[in-house]
Design a protein around this ligand. Structure first.
Ligand SMILES: [Ca+2]
Length: 438
């Protein structure tokens, strides 16, 4: 059922929109500037903190809900140690309301002598993406004038470098062989040592191999396919998949949480023109244990959704439509029905979360109900800042968005409405990296 719905979503909506993906992930402007955040979970220090609740590390933890905040004076700085000298090409600052009006981005080889690579005195906060050029092991934001009476405060401080090939998460891309078919797929073991390469299996179209046997697959054109991943054995209950349609000169595909969560997955598509975009779970989710992720789910969703991380644990977190509790007769069978009725839709909860029945051909309404924006004017149904702000909502889907690269995920079948899904598409593709986690 979900497959049919997702296929319908892909064919009827996503693929039509693929040629003009407004709001889609922004391709790297230069082939050389990597997509990975080199500052993620690196050691960070600061000139001061407002309190213990706002440590320097909170600006590099990959979590946009935690932040560093300085004391309420100038100047203040936040410094990150990249571990080795890196060629820095982009810095992304996500300011809290307490932003820096005047600041510099500085690099250093030794942490004491600093060189400015960006200077402003007229910043206005928000999210600043700065294309910069500089080299150093240490990087800091040196704020000389605050924008408010509060401190200097960053939700996140991300750093991109040209050394994509040395990115430990995505590995060395320089050794990927050229494809004879459409593109080369490389499967990466990112299970944090839980499984060795001979225990990480991929399967596609009848072929089954461990990474140890064959990490590469030269992908031919196909009409619609799935590549499955299994941990431990080729028939293990620990499994998940990506799905795709590959044309003679184009890759279209996505990670998906429409059916459920089985394994942490991320994929990165690189094309010959320099396009380089990653989707899937964020790296900090890969880095934590499986038990921690299941517990994180329970901690972050409302009580009605807790059981999803319990009924098939430790193997899966099913989507709401695959839980009997949300189906007719279940404890939460009426979770969405009154809200749907308030929007003029007579649908069961399972039909809402599955975009089925009366919602099968209504992507906008189905997305609006899952995101709890159906009561807003339709003009606001595509505004992500309005999504998931009140119950009832599909908190299962919200969880995967909250922990996805660029907040993009396929949490329900029409989650591509307003370009929120983890669908990526590009012509003249070169390689696809797929990271399989635990
Ligand atoms: Ca943070």
């Amino acid at each position: 059922m979900k497959t049919r719905n997702l296929a319908a979503a892909l064919s009827a909506f996503t693929l039509l929109a693929a040629g003009a993906m407004a709001g889609a992930p922004r391709p790297a402007e230069a082939a050389a500037c990597g997509t990975a955040n080199a500052a993620l979970n690196r050691p960070a220090t600061a000139s001061s903190v407002e309190s213990g609740a706002f440590p320097a590390s909170a600006a590099v933890d990959g979590n946009t809900g935690t932040r560093w905040s300085s004391a309420f004076s100038d100047p203040q700085w936040l410094r990150v140690d990249l571990g080795a000298a890196k060629s820095i090409c982009r810095v992304v600052l996500r300011w809290e309301a307490a932003y820096s009006r005047a600041f510099q981005i500085q690099v250093s080889d030794d942490g004491s002598a600093w060189t400015s690579i960006y200077t402003t005195s007229t910043a206005t906060g928000g999210t600043q993406t700065l294309d910069v050029t500089g080299t150093g092991r240490y990087l800091r934001m040196y704020g000389t004038a605050r924008g408010t009476g509060y401190g200097h405060s960053l939700w996140e401080f991300a750093v991109h470098t040209t050394e994509g090939s040395s990115d430990p998460f995505w590995g060395d891309t320089s050794t990927i062989p050229p494809a004879r078919n459409v593109l080369m797929v490389k499967v990466l073991n990112r299970t944090n040592g839980q499984y060795s390469d001979d225990q990480v299996f991929w399967s596609y179209n009848g072929q089954v191999h461990s990474i140890a046997e064959q990490p590469y697959f030269d992908m031919p054109a196909n009409t619609a396919g799935r590549m499955y991943f299994h941990l431990g054995s080729p028939t293990s209950r620990y499994n998940d998949f990506i799905e795709f349609t590959v044309g003679p000169g184009v890759f279209n595909g996505n990670t998906t949480r429409v059916d459920g969560f089985g394994l942490k997955l991320a994929m990165r598509l690189h094309a010959h023109d320099g396009y380089d975009v990653a989707v899937g779970e964020e790296q900090n989710i890969f880095q934590e244990s499986r038990a921690a992720t299941f517990q994180r789910f329970i901690d972050e969703v409302p009580a009605e959704f807790d059981h999803l991380a319990q009924v098939e644990a430790p193997y899966r977190i099913p989507s709401p439509g695959n839980s009997s509790a949300f189906r007719p007769g279940g404890a939460y069978a009426n979770y969405f029905t009154a809200y749907a009725a308030s929007a003029g839709v007579s649908a069961t909860t399972a039909e809402v979360t599955g975009c089925a029945g009366p919602l099968a051909e209504r992507p906008g309404m189905c997305a609006a109900l899952n995101r709890h924006v159906a009561g807003l004017p339709e003009s606001q149904w595509s505004d992500p800042s309005q999504f998931y702000r009140a119950a009832p909502a599909n908190y299962y889907a919200r969880f995967w968005h909250d922990h996805a690269i660029n907040k993009l995920a396929y949490g329900f079948p029409y989650d591509d409405y307003a370009d929120q899904s983890s669908f990526i598409s590009h012509g003249n593709p070169q390689y696809l990296l797929v990271a399989v986690g635990w």
